[in-house]
Design a binder for this molecule. Structure first.
Ligand code: SF4
Length: 507
């Protein structure tokens, strides 16, 4: 177990996340708020310890005490340039920690010392800052600006050449796409349907088996209607840019229930300026011709049909109650019904798969030619069945055997072969290979909601159990309101759920 200590609690998360990235399999004890003043004398003999002294303005100190995991004890000190401002000093310290851990372990991380989930947001802000200083333009970034931003990010956060180029191309593309949307004077609507046909092994989302919850669906839909009616009042004067129905699996609803939902959305919400209406149908085992026809009756213009892998053996092992053949049939059916913007999700690093399985999946997908491809690196979440099973069986992390970089390279190449560009990216805690999730799409088929959500430039009004509403202020300030996850608690307390959003959007 590696214990962490620091004299400044604001660095605690960074210290934890970066140590976890270098020592993936080691249990890490995060710095404790109460232990600010460091190093009590009662440290155990074999305890591994990393502690960082940030408090001195001009000196940064790091101590490593070797126990069972850390091989060597070390003491380091770095002087901090007195001319740096507070933010620069902070980045310098993070850089020292990162450089030390690289040297100590012989490992370099593709995202350097960036530990947040939205690296492209940092790139975008830097590009805007540089270009605005130069010519007052906030979205047409010239070569010089791009190269200065890249150098700054590489030096400050130690991001690799490859990830730097990827982030910059995504940030530039996103900014161009966002120009057609409304940030301060617009919003998007998210509708959460927290039901699924069965629970996938790796799932940590709010998802309940539909067969157990069937009876509560009508009441749940009534609550969504109430929430939407209130959203229209609270967002009066703002333009609704996009709608995203996600979950869970929205097509867990019956065709009739889906009809009730979509007809309510189109009756209640102002759709005059709507640019995108996504239904993340998701699981092929929940999609029928009737449901596709229902979606086509309404202005749904983007759907997602997700296999995650094109290998039947893996699908069974991860608890998805559908086959590859079912996925192919549903995909073709959706095309026949006229859906010309179909996204498909895959996951890299699934249990039992190696890079050749991913290659096979990508080749099969190329035959279907989806309009966008979202590539996830498997993250093992605390709330998932997978994590529970691994803990119970004491199994090692099977992802250690998987070559994520190679698989991600193959996925990027396949996306490019299908004429797609990377257009959004995010990271999660404990991601396989310390990489990222990337969305690729062809021109004209980019998922706008995904960009808005990732870059946090527009308020998202979310309705349903387990959803998160975000109010984004013009100055970048963001406030959130989380809905309860339990469906029964949600329906029983719907007035309270609505009232919390009234407060969030008051004034
Ligand atoms: S389909 Fe998605 S939300 Fe449903 S159980 Fe699987 S991972 Fe979870």
């Amino acid at each position: 177990m590696i214990k962490l200590k620091t004299d400044k609690h604001e660095y605690a998360y960074f210290l934890y996340a970066i140590t976890k990235s270098f020592f993936k399999d080691a249990p890490i004890v995060p710095p404790d708020k109460a232990s600010h003043n460091m190093l009590p004398d009662d440290e155990g003999e074999n305890e591994d310890l990393i502690e960082c002294f940030f408090d001195d303005e001009s000196l940064f100190k790091l101590t490593v005490k070797s126990g069972n995991i850390l091989p060597e004890s070390e003491d380091r000190e770095w002087e901090i340039d007195a001319s740096l401002d507070e933010e620069e000093r902070k980045y310098a310290r993070l850089g020292f920690v990162y450089d030390f851990l690289c040297e100590y372990t012989g490992i370099k991380l593709p995202w350097g010392n960036l530990t947040g989930i939205r690296p492209t947001k940092l790139y975008l802000n830097k590009l805007i800052e540089l270009q605005m200083e130069k010519d007052g333009n906030d979205y047409l970034f010239d070569e010089d600006t791009i190269s200065v931003a890249k150098k700054y990010m590489a030096e400050t956060f130690r991001v690799s050449e490859e990830k730097g180029s990827l982030s910059l191309s995504i940030a530039s593309r996103e900014q161009g796409l966002m120009k057609s949307l409304h940030s301060d004077d617009g919003y998007s609507l998210y509708i959460g349907i927290p039901f699924c046909p069965s629970t996938c092994l790796y799932c940590s989302f709010t998802s309940y088996p539909i067969f157990k919850y069937r009876k509560i669906v009508p009441e749940y839909l009534e609550c969504l209607k109430k929430e939407m009616a209130e959203a229209v009042k609270l967002m009066d004067g703002k333009i609704l840019d996009t709608i995203y129905i996600g979950g869970g699996t929205p097509t867990s609803l019956s065709a009739e229930e889906l009809d009730v939902l979509l007809s309510a959305v189109t009756e209640i919400m102002p759709l005059d300026h709507l640019k995108e209406f996504t239904v993340e149908a998701g699981r092929p085992d929940s999609i029928t011709i009737d449901k596709l026809k229902v979606m086509k009756k309404y202005p749904v213009n983007r759907i997602s049909v997700n296999p995650q892998t094109m290998n039947d053996k893996t699908l069974q092992a991860i608890g998805r109650a559908h086959t590859v053949a079912q996925y192919v049939d549903v995909f073709k059916l959706a095309r026949e019904e006229g859906f010309d913007n179909i996204n498909t999700d895959i996951i890299l690093g699934l249990k039992g798969e190696d890079v050749s399985d991913v290659e096979y999946t990508l080749n099969r997908l190329k035959e279907l030619n989806p309009d966008s491809l979202t590539v996830h690196s498997l993250a093992i979440k605390r709330a998932s069945r997978l994590k529970l099973e691994m803990d119970l069986n004491g199994t090692d992390d099977f992802r250690n055997e998987f070559d994520f970089e190679k698989a991600m390279g193959l996925a990027s190449k396949a996306a490019s072969d299908m004429g797609m560009n990377p257009y959004y990216l995010y990271r999660q805690k404990d991601m396989g290979g310390n990489l990222e999730n990337t969305g690729f799409a062809r021109d004209g088929k980019y998922g706008l909601y995904n960009i808005l959500m990732m870059e946090e430039v527009q308020s998202i009004y979310a309705v349903g159990a387990g959803t998160v509403t975000k109010r984004v202020y013009g100055n970048g300030r963001i406030e959130r309101c989380d809905a309860v996850k339990d469906v029964k608690m949600y329906t029983d307390n719907i007035e309270d759920m609505i009232d919390r959003k009234r407060k969030l959007f008051a004034d």
